[in-house]
Design a protein around this ligand. Structure first.
Ligand code: GLY
Length: 359
């Protein structure tokens, strides 16, 4: 079954989800991107798997195609790689009516998107996510970025893609830890949005099958949030649930701990902190939301703690984008489907993290 979710931003675009879509991505893109020079950007993990399929489909549909591959890994999400992509676009003489296609996971989507935002002051781009993390979260919503030494995603731009095509067949062969990475963002979305999705995940839905339904649910929720708050002035900050501590963990580990694993630990920390600090509403007969969140994360093979101390994490979080002057906005889970933005003084963060780390 193929599902389409329309995102009403500027530009508006469709997110299409279903099996086998990369084989037909050329014809599927024709409605959103008139025939042009398509520069496909991908990494060294994804290129051997899907680049030929995508290139053939684009050529068959009538696009002119160039391809660029960079070394896979978060450690390459930096200025050097971005500069390589920009030089490639220039060498290939892409013009303002041409388009970049990001084929891969979150790192590829964020960097190819940023290159599209910068090149000639902005060209179109499309997202072809091949990981669960990029399918449920990063390919939708127009956040593009690279990491700086000071922290995650610190240089970036908002640019909505012109289309997102998510071939669910790509997700079937992901290594378990890469799937778990995406599951962390899906669990985050379930905590933010809805008890039905959370119950399904809690009951082992990921173990069973219906990943496409989970993706569609997450994208539908995110589309609504992004439509109401494209530039993260308010409501969109909720999507950062687990990310203040998560980004700090990534930074402390020199980006060796993958994003989803770090976010999972960050989400668990915020859930336990919320329970201990009296922000969480008791739920059900005997299960606290914090315990349910930690169980769901564990069931999916994700960490619910971290080796880093509250001092180190709080220090690392001070360069996070979510800081504004001396305050930082954290996202507090109160119950499933009910999370709250809390503006705190930066000096309060360490104690909150400590409360969330004590098991
Ligand atoms: N990944 C969070 C957002 O797109 O806002």
């Amino acid at each position: 079954m193929i599902q389409t979710i329309h995102v009403r931003t500027n530009p508006e675009y469709d997110v299409t989800i279903g099996p086998g879509l990369l084989r037909e991505c050329g014809t599927r893109l024709r409605g959103a991107v008139p025939l042009c020079h398509m520069a496909v950007v991908t990494d060294s993990n994804v290129a051997p798997l899907y680049l030929k399929t995508v290139k053939d489909s684009l050529l068959e549909a009538g696009y002119q195609v160039s391809t660029y591959m960079f070394p896979a890994g978060e450690e390459h999400k930096n200025f050097d790689t971005l500069s390589g992509i920009l030089e490639f676009l220039a060498e290939e003489h892409l013009t303002r009516t041409d388009c970049v296609a990001a084929l891969g996971g979150g790192v590829t989507g964020d960097m190819a998107g940023l290159a599209a935002a910068l090149y000639l002051r902005g060209v179109k781009y499309v997202q072809l996510p091949t990981t669960l993390l990029s399918a449920v979260d990063s390919s939708v919503g127009g956040k593009t970025a690279i990491d700086l030494k000071a922290g995650k995603n610190l240089a970036g731009a908002f640019l909505q893609p012109s289309a997102v095509i998510c071939d669910t067949n790509c997700l079937e062969t992901l290594p378990p830890e890469v799937s778990a990475d995406g599951a962390a963002e899906a669990i985050k979305t379930a905590v933010l949005s809805d008890a039905g999705l959370f119950n399904a995940i809690e009951d082992g839905m990921f173990m069973m099958t219906d990943t496409a339904a989970i993706i569609a649910h997450c994208v539908q929720y995110k589309a609504g949030v992004v439509e109401r708050d494209e530039k993260e002035q308010g409501e969109r900050k909720l999507l950062n649930l687990g990310h203040t501590v998560g980004h700090a963990i990534e930074k402390c580990s020199d980006f060796t701990i993958p994003h989803g694993h770090a976010v999972a630990a960050g989400l668990a920390v915020m859930a336990r902190a919320s329970k201990r600090l009296g922000w969480m509403l008791e739920e059900g007969i005997n299960a606290w939301t914090a315990d349910r969140i930690c169980s769901a994360l564990r069931l999916t093979g994700l960490p619910i703690s971290t080796e880093y101390s509250p001092e180190v994490l709080a220090q690392a979080a001070l360069s996070d984008k979510k800081r504004a002057g001396d305050s930082i906005t954290i996202v507090v889970p109160r119950e499933i489907g009910n999370c709250e933005l809390k503006k705190i003084h930066v000096s309060e963060l360490e104690a909150i993290i400590r409360a969330g780390l004590e098991v």
